[in-house]
Design a protein around this ligand. Sequence first.
Ligand SMILES: NC(=O)c1ccc[n+]([C@@H]2O[C@H](COP(=O)([O-])OP(=O)(O)OC[C@H]3O[C@@H](n4cnc5c(N)ncnc54)[C@H](OP(=O)(O)O)[C@@H]3O)[C@@H](O)[C@H]2O)c1
Length: 298
Amino acid sequence: MASVIVPGATGGIGSAVAGTLISGGYHVTAVGRDRDGLDRLRALGAEIIIADLARAAALREAVPSPDRLDALIHCAGVSEVAAIGDARPAVWAETLAVNVTGAAELTRLMLPALRRACGHVVFVNASPGMRAVPRWSAFVGSKAALRELADSLREEEEPSGVRVTTVYPAGTATERLRRVRAAFGRDYDPARCIQPATLAAMILWLLSAPPDSYVSELSVLPSPRAQHRRPVSQSTDRPARLPTEIGSSTAHTGYQMRRALDRQGDTIPELLSGPIGPDAWPESAAHSPGPRKGRYRD
Ligand SMILES: NC(=O)c1ccc[n+]([C@@H]2O[C@H](COP(=O)([O-])OP(=O)(O)OC[C@H]3O[C@@H](n4cnc5c(N)ncnc54)[C@H](OP(=O)(O)O)[C@@H]3O)[C@@H](O)[C@H]2O)c1
């Protein structure tokens, strides 16, 4: 059984990723601090580890490295909203420690196991991570550093066969996004955001790439239809479609994604009832200019 470690597995995105991967047949080790959240994942079949990513020096002991590791999916993160004039050193220290140093150290510790399995490291970054966002400098600065970390890792590990993917999601319906939007004085309507289960299905799909290729960067936006639609359960729109077919991996990835999504609750199967094919790629993912260009979207 393929093995995967998910730091941040107790969060909105991480718990969807962990649940989807368990449903997809992976052996999942969930890492976080929230005992109740970890226990819920254990009930689904995950192994659990309590660890504080802000304490990088203690990670070696807290998260023992397995012999082989097929994937490490970094889903942990903090995102304090504070102007530079108000952000005390503790804000910068925690943000950089969790979002960058903890991720770097956990990756370093897992590299021997990842190399043995020709594994995959996925970093959940953020679409604002490459441009200035007033009152969010610690967060966007940490995500810029995370991107550089991922890009360097990709080049360094190319000879070892370890693949590295950065995912850049825009606003995803989690409690964290609700808090961030409130801090910016913005509305939060979860129905108009990316659903964590959708992002999780895309990550499952990334892991199922055939050996000849993989996705190095994936930019994910809520579809224009979601931005202007009523909640999915009330909608009469043509259902949204998801990326499931690329080259020779059509049947495999399509099947895995369907299986994972079918287990995600009542709204997601509806999203899948539309036609599925190569044209199902959202424009932003297939032809993404990369997150350095274009308008900021959270
Ligand atoms: N939601 C969005 O709109 C959105 C969009 C783009 C990118 N992202 C990124 O996606 C990631 C997850 O976001 P989310 O919305 O799922 O946030 P979330 O629900 O707040 O989850 C954050 C996760 O990070 C973990 N974490 C925080 N501090 C930690 C620490 N010191 N040690 C160990 N774990 C720690 C939390 O675990 P414990 O609670 O167990 O400590 C939790 O599992 C973040 O990196 C975020 O920047 C989110």
